[in-house]
Design a protein around this ligand. Structure first.
Ligand code: ATP
Ligand code: MG
Length: 656
């Protein structure tokens, strides 16, 4: 297959008519007439500049979009191994580009760099430029706002259904559409992706079965398509799909480009001949990010034919192309070493020949020739409260559907409260009063801590992945996201506090001096629970690697408990341990609960001064101040979490 004689490069065999594609104006005029004028998605508007006309108007204009990359060279940081070897290319709106190549050729790496959506740790761009020109103006910085990326591993909330996911994305992104328009659009996308029958089945995951793998893939595509991105990147959208579904998907995404004026760039493995016919532009890559073919897909067969690599008539061209750029290894043995060497040399010569030919033809639009037209991209966002409402309603669904986050938490706290009730029922007022009451309060704190630290920590650690992805897509503000989470937690804390109050406070016979005591008790329990959740969120965003959590967790808890004041007198701890004392949720909570219990408790009847030492004598803050500090620490933790999220989202975007 590879021992062909290489003809000289000939201008007539140019793919994609690239040699003729020199100026943007020529490209414009070469567009088919029946293609409607490309338009921006509704949520991205072009704002007219004030010195033109109609200063306050924000309206949609037809736009010419061009994504171009030139001499894009990417290496591994560790050993400078080249992964993308000086790639050139460009795609105009109304066009799609299919990227094919052997596994490890660098297709995903190219998409990651073009989209600027995925972090690429361990890689560095050594050369090259990526430019997004909209209406002749460099708008590369707006890439995130106007593009979407369907990753190979779908990142979707497993407890939501495809329809709920689409509603959320439409509500967040399609800010200028009416509810009816959004519904129609959602139903159309569900039908066009064949999801209408399973639109109300939850997405699920490996352990939590929901829709099928192929349906999940289609749901991920629908989730991005509904937001009407100007540029859509898809990494292997057809993997795991049968040939009919693959055909439908490729047909749909190429059609999205043709009819709706988008740029669609996707990688694909082994398309069949029918799917290959749907391609518009086609980039074939070999290992090391080398360009083998870059041009019009319909001219690829003729191109390789002219290079003396004719595709057999009955063969699937996509399969043939992969075959001619693959190096087939021979079985490893002493005798085979020479044969392998010859094959390797031949393989490298073939690749060099292909790459040389392909490179000679790569002529890109001269960006300086583009005529900038008026206007700038601005993003229309939902109002703060609309966005908060949308996020709150998604959060409500997530909390309801995540058994650990709600029902199991409620059930466990009921069981835990019942155990406290059984042990401390009608607690002693005599000589054991202090020990028993203190023990009861400590168990209440342990109940609230165990219900409010681990579950939020685990669930938020999983949810962070979605958060970062949605931040990449500029979907919402960090503050609204966090407020929506906090509001869901406040409801949970309220229910938990009521459970503890109902099952512990009166049945166990805690201080009934006045009704205010039971209110202070409930308020302290509520704030302590919420502070634990806030601490869990902060812990989760500070530690990215889930496997480190079990190691770090005991350190955190020990430092909090040791400085709580109930195991050791707070005055006896070393002064360098004081910082932990000041941030100990357990200490403020214990102080507030103990003051509440022992101050003015007229029921107490302990007469042995050796066992009846009231713990409050060593406390440093009053009940009211302790409760206030508990509240302030919770707020400080929330603010710190927002800041860390913001910084990490920013650093993630810088790394791309
Ligand atoms: N962050 C990274 N650090 C080190 N090497 C990387 C990194 N990302 C990609 N690579 C290497 O770059 C090469 C290209 O990877 P890439 O994922 O782009 O291939 P691909 O063409 O998408 O393959 P596939 O078809 O199997 O998905 C591979 O050899 C891979 O090991
Ligand atoms: Mg890949």
């Amino acid at each position: 297959m590879l021992n062909a004689t290489y003809p000289k490069y000939d201008e007539d065999y140019l793919p994609l008519n690239l040699s003729k594609r020199i100026s943007a104006n020529e490209i414009r005029s070469s567009k088919p007439k029946d293609i409607p004028s490309p338009s921006l998605p509704k949520n991205v508007l072009i704002k007219q500049q004030s010195n033109i006309t109609n200063t306050s108007a924000e309206f949609r204009l037809s736009s010419e979009t061009l994504l171009q990359w030139s001499n894009l060279t990417v290496c591994k940081e560790s050993d400078n191994q080249v992964l993308l070897n000086g790639l050139n290319g460009e795609v105009y709106n109304n066009h799609s580009l299919a990227i094919m190549g052997s596994s490890g050729a660098g297709k995903t790496t190219l998409l990651n760099y073009l989209s600027k959506k995925m972090a690429t740790p361990g890689l560095k761009k050594t050369l090259g430029d990526i430019t997004l020109a909209v209406n002749g103006k460099n708008e590369t910085k707006h890439m995130n706002e106007i593009s979407a990326f369907v990753t190979q591993d779908d990142i979707l909330f497993e407890n939501l259904t495809p329809r709920e996911l689409l509603h959320f994305a439409a509500d967040i992104k399609l800010t200028t559409k009416t509810a009816e328009e959004k519904n129609t659009q959602i139903e159309n996308i569900l039908v066009s992706l064949g999801l209408e029958d399973n639109a109300d089945t939850k997405v699920g995951s490996v352990l939590n079965k929901g829709i099928s793998g192929g349906e999940r893939k289609r749901a991920a595509i629908a989730y991005e398509l509904i937001t009407e991105p100007m540029i859509l990147f898809l990494d292997e959208p057809t993997s795991g799909l049968d040939s009919t579904s693959s055909y439908k998907i490729v047909d749909l995404i190429c059609d999205e480009a043709r009819r709706k004026g988008r740029i669609v760039i996707f990688t694909i493995h082994q398309p069949n001949a029918e799917v290959f016919k749907l391609f518009d532009n086609f980039l074939l890559m070999a290992k090391g990010g080398r360009t083998i073919y870059n041009g019009n897909a319909h001219e690829a067969i003729e191109y390789f034919n002219n290079l003396n690599f004719p595709c057999p008539k009955k063969k699937n061209p996509a399969e043939y192309f992969i075959q001619i750029i693959s190096n087939t290894p021979v079985l490893h043995s002493e005798e085979n070493l020479d044969e392998q060497k010859i094959r390797d040399e031949e393989y490298h010569r073939t690749l060099e020949f292909f790459e040389g030919n392909a490179k000679k033809q790569e002529i890109l639009t001269d960006l300086s020739q583009l005529e900038p037209s008026i206007g700038q991209i601005i993003k229309v966002k939902n109002s703060f409260f609309t966005e908060l409402g949308i996020l709150m309603s998604r959060n409500r669904l997530l909390v309801q559907r995540e058994p650990n986050a709600f029902y199991v938490r409620m059930f466990q706290s009921l069981l835990f409260a019942l155990m406290i009730l059984i042990i401390f029922f009608r607690i002693s007022n005599g000589n054991d009063a202090v020990r028993d009451r203190t023990g009861c309060l400590i168990f209440v704190m342990n109940l609230m801590f165990s219900m409010n630290f681990n579950t939020p920590l685990v669930s938020f650690t999983h949810e962070k992945v979605h958060f970062y992805k949605e931040q990449d897509n500029n979907m919402y503000r960090i503050t609204t996201y966090f407020l929506s989470k906090a509001s869901a937690e406040i409801v949970i804390q309220f229910l938990l506090s009521i459970i503890v109050w109902g099952f512990v406070y009166f049945p166990c016979g805690l201080n009934t001096y006045s009704y205010e005591n039971s209110l202070w008790f409930t308020l302290t329990v509520f704030l302590f629970g919420y502070s634990c959740v806030a601490m869990a969120y902060l812990f989760s965003v500070l530690i990215d690697r889930m496997e480190l959590v079990p190691t770090m967790f005991p350190l955190l808890i020990f430092s909090q408990m040791m400085t709580s004041g109930y195991f050791v007198n707070i005055k006896n701890i070393p002064y360098w341990f004081y910082p932990f004392k000041y941030i100990s949720l357990f200490r403020y909570s214990y102080q507030a609960l103990a003051y509440n219990e022992f101050d003015h408790n007229t029921d107490l009847d302990c007469n042995d001064p050796k066992v009846c030492i009231i713990p409050t004598v060593d406390f440093e803050e009053s009940k009211e101040l302790s409760v206030l500090l508990l509240f302030l620490i919770a707020i400080a933790n929330n603010i710190a979490t927002c800041v860390v999220l913001k910084v990490k989202a920013y650093l993630n975007s810088r790394r791309k």
